[in-house]
Design a binder for this molecule. Structure first.
Ligand SMILES: [Cu+2]
Length: 154
């Protein structure tokens, strides 16, 4: 936070508007701290994006940057679940871009490890423009090919 420190603030001379502003800053600071520690991986507890393959396999994406923002490199944690919600072992590659602009992603994100809970850590995510993005997930699960397309706007 770059605003003046609320600790230094003299409430005796504060106008109602200034008081509300400082209160909002404190609430935002508290929320940011909570949001940062709400997930085991550092990601938020609810998925930032989800997708489904034609056979009903579900992809849940948890992000250490939530909500997603332009031009910030960040990490995703990808959960692959069967129709009953059980985690699946999968090999996957992720590609994507902006279909309305006919260009790909500015980075080449890589799966770098699998967490103890089965999530796949994807490092190097970055979206450099506002607009419609489309991601293609190509999965191999027990030798079978699965694909999921996830569209979202930034
Ligand atoms: Cu674009």
């Amino acid at each position: 936070m770059t605003a003046e420190s609320p600790i230094m603030y003299n409430l005796q001379s504060a106008s109602p508007r200034q008081f509300i502003r400082v209160t909002c800053q404190l609430l935002l600071a508290s929320w940011l701290v909570l949001a940062q520690f709400s997930g085991a991986s550092g990601a938020a507890a609810t998925p930032v994006l989800t997708g489904t393959t034609a056979t009903g396999i579900r992809i849940e994406i948890y992000s250490d940057l939530d909500p997603l923002l332009i031009n910030q490199i960040h990490t995703w944690y990808i959960r692959v679940l069967d129709a009953n919600g059980a985690p699946l072992q999968a090999q996957m590659s992720i590609s994507g871009g902006m279909p309305e602009h006919d260009h790909g992603m500015p980075t080449a994100p890589q799966i770098t490890r699998q967490l103890d809970n089965g999530d796949y850590q994807l490092e190097g995510m970055r979206f450099h423009m506002p607009g419609l993005w489309q991601l293609l997930f190509e999965l191999t699960i027990n030798g079978a090919q699965e694909t999921a397309v996830i569209d979202f706007r930034l």
